[in-house]
Write a protein that binds this ligand. Structure first.
Ligand code: SF4
Length: 267
């Protein structure tokens, strides 16, 4: 155990920071060969994340919206390597609870959280010309807003990286049913996208978070399994889909913000 910021005692069952290239990758063929195309999952999440850190550090970062999957991955990364690289897209419409958990994570692990904001002039024009809730009018309007507040900043965040890590899981929604643990990302120049939790269930994620006492967004305790921008997220009802509270006025097939789609799928 070690003392982290705020006097919090942290379980230190971690391994030493891995050296880049110090250990072999999890794929039988070595390197990336056989991985993006052949891997359909089934590897332990820690193994996949450790491989990504060893292989790509320092040109790898975790994209976090501070949902429960993301905080689990931050903890997992921290146990292998204290220099966790994490960024988030501050859209300007996030719930207060998301900022709160960001600060708790920052203090608990003593890590910097890099924020990317949208281009101010683009947001100013969006609000001036289309109003403050234009995203409710149509899927196109909603994607326009996500494009300005999320997709463009993500492109900047990924510039210079060889790989990014996400908390995507196949179980989350039908638009994510084909997510692999390691895949190429054609929407971002073919860099590697690493989804260590691709085949985890919701129960597995929560088991991890509780076992390691990881700080999480308190909206999760209020019926929000998936959390995005405040005006586009609501609590779900018992029996509803995990992502039912995101853009709830749309059909399930359209419910992605453009961060995790190939260009042809965004059209
Ligand atoms: Fe805009 Fe809603 Fe997308 Fe946030 S989730 S960027 S508010 S449309």
């Amino acid at each position: 155990m070690t003392e982290a910021a705020g006097g919090k005692r942290v379980d230190e069952r971690s391994v030493a920071a891995p050296e880049r290239g110090a250990a072999g990758p999890p794929g039988e063929a070595g390197g990336l060969q056989g991985w993006p195309e052949a891997n359909l999952g089934g590897r332990p999440a820690e193994e996949v994340l450790g491989w990504a850190i060893r292989t790509f550090r320092p040109r790898v970062a975790l994209a976090s919206s501070f949902g429960v999957e993301d905080v689990a991955l931050i903890d997992m990364w921290w146990r292998m390597d204290r220099e966790v690289r994490v960024f988030t897209l501050d859209t300007g419409r996030l719930p207060e609870e998301t900022y709160e958990v960001m600060d708790r994570i920052r203090e608990r692990y003593e890590i910097a959280i890099v924020t990317y904001f949208p281009v101010a002039a683009a947001v100013e024009a969006l609000e001036r010309e289309r109003g403050f809730y234009s995203f409710r009018r149509s899927v196109e309007e909603r994607k326009y807003c996500c494009g300005i507040r999320k997709v463009e900043p993500l492109g900047r965040a990924l510039t210079g990286l060889e790989a990014w890590v996400t908390g995507l899981r196949r179980e989350q929604t039908e638009t994510r049913a084909a997510v692999r643990q390691v895949e190429r990302d054609p929407a971002h120049g073919g860099i590697i996208k690493v989804n260590p939790l691709a085949d985890w269930t919701t129960e597995q994620v929560w088991r991890y978070v509780r076992a390691h006492d990881v700080p999480y967004n308190r909206l999760h305790d209020q019926g929000y399994p998936s959390i995005g921008c405040a005006p586009c997220t609501r609590a779900v009802l018992p029996g509803e889909d995990i992502r039912a509270g995101r853009w709830w006025w749309e059909r399930p097939q359209t419910k992605e913000c453009g961060l995790h789609l190939a260009p042809r799928e965004e059209a």
